[in-house]
Design a protein around this ligand. Structure first.
Ligand code: FMN
Length: 270
């Protein structure tokens, strides 16, 4: 599958170690011990960057305490090659145009080694802060963006969700709305299944999945050009070698999804 996928072997080789490291987070027998272990040892970059980013939403909320309480949205993404990054920044810009919405954007910790990332020809990470799972309860709503890996979310995003056990125990995210968007190399590569299978994460937290539906209208129906996205959420096609960039139609669908999500999330939070 070209550059975007050609290094799948390296990733697959690397993954079992990571899965083994985080597997206890799923163990139902001892839920109390698991999340603590999973969240107490985040990657160094995560801890450092999260420390600097954590106060951001609280400070902003404090400044606006005189007016109506803004809807605090955490937009959390993972991107290897930048396609999800572009969608994430576009989604964020659109959310920020909505009245009474405050957005903080984060990336999840990388779990692949620098050596593996180099073999995958991955560019350096963006400067967005790395999310600290302990801070999730500060948000009223969530947007998650992640590329597909064989039709499901990338393991980096799954690893992040695996570190939310403590919040699950407290029911801290119960009832909070969330929307999602994705990226695949090809049109049949998982635009729908990647989001559909990710809904399980939301369900277990009691979160409310807000789909994109067909709110983007014509953009959703045109068949003259190849494009990502589905009623499940916005999406882009990276191409087999990763060279294709998000098209204007795909970005517009993300903007519409953002606007629609803000409307629904504000109603739920009211
Ligand atoms: C291990 C691996 C598995 C992948 N599986 C799929 C797949 O099943 N379907 C697909 O269309 N693309 C697949 N891809 C391509 C990625 O989805 C693509 O690189 C990604 O969407 C680009 O987004 P990003 O630039 O934000 O990382 C795979 C890539 C890797 C490395």
């Amino acid at each position: 599958m070209g550059a975007a996928c050609s290094s799948g072997k390296e990733q697959l080789v690397d993954q079992p170690k990571q899965v083994a490291a985080t597997k206890p987070a799923d163990a139902p027998a001892k839920p109390a011990a698991v999340p603590a272990a999973a969240t107490s040892d985040p990657p160094k970059a995560s801890a450092d960057q999260a420390a600097s980013s954590t106060p951001q939403p609280a400070a902003t909320a404090g400044e606006q305490s005189a007016g109506p309480k803004p809807l605090k949205v955490f937009l959390i993404f993972y991107s290897t090659y930048g396609h999800i990054l572009k969608l994430a920044e576009t989604y964020k810009e659109a959310l920020e145009k909505e009245e009474g919405v405050e957005v903080a954007i984060y990336q999840v910790p990388e779990i692949l080694s620098p050596e593996v990332l180099e073999k995958m020809h991955a560019p350096p990470k963006s400067a967005h802060p790395v999310i600290d799972p302990h801070t999730l309860d500060q948000a009223d709503a969530f947007v998650f963006g992640f590329p597909t890996r064989f039709g499901m979310m990338a393991s980096q995003m799954k690893s992040f969700f695996d570190a939310t056990g403590v919040l699950w125990q407290k029911g801290a995210l119960h009832g909070k709305p969330a929307s999602m968007f994705t990226s695949t190399a090809s049109q049949g590569g998982g635009q729908e299944t990647t989001i559909m299978t990710a809904v399980t994460q939301l369900a277990h937290h009691g979160m409310i999945f807000v789909p994109a539906g067909y709110a983007a209208g014509g953009v959703m129906f045109g068949v003259d050009e190849a494009k990502g996205g589905s009623p499940w959420g916005a999406g882009t096609l990276a191409g087999a070698d990763g060279s294709r960039q998000p098209s204007e139609a795909e970005l517009e669908a993300a903007r519409v999804q953002a606007k629609n999500f803000a409307t629904v999330a504000k109603k739920l939070a009211a």
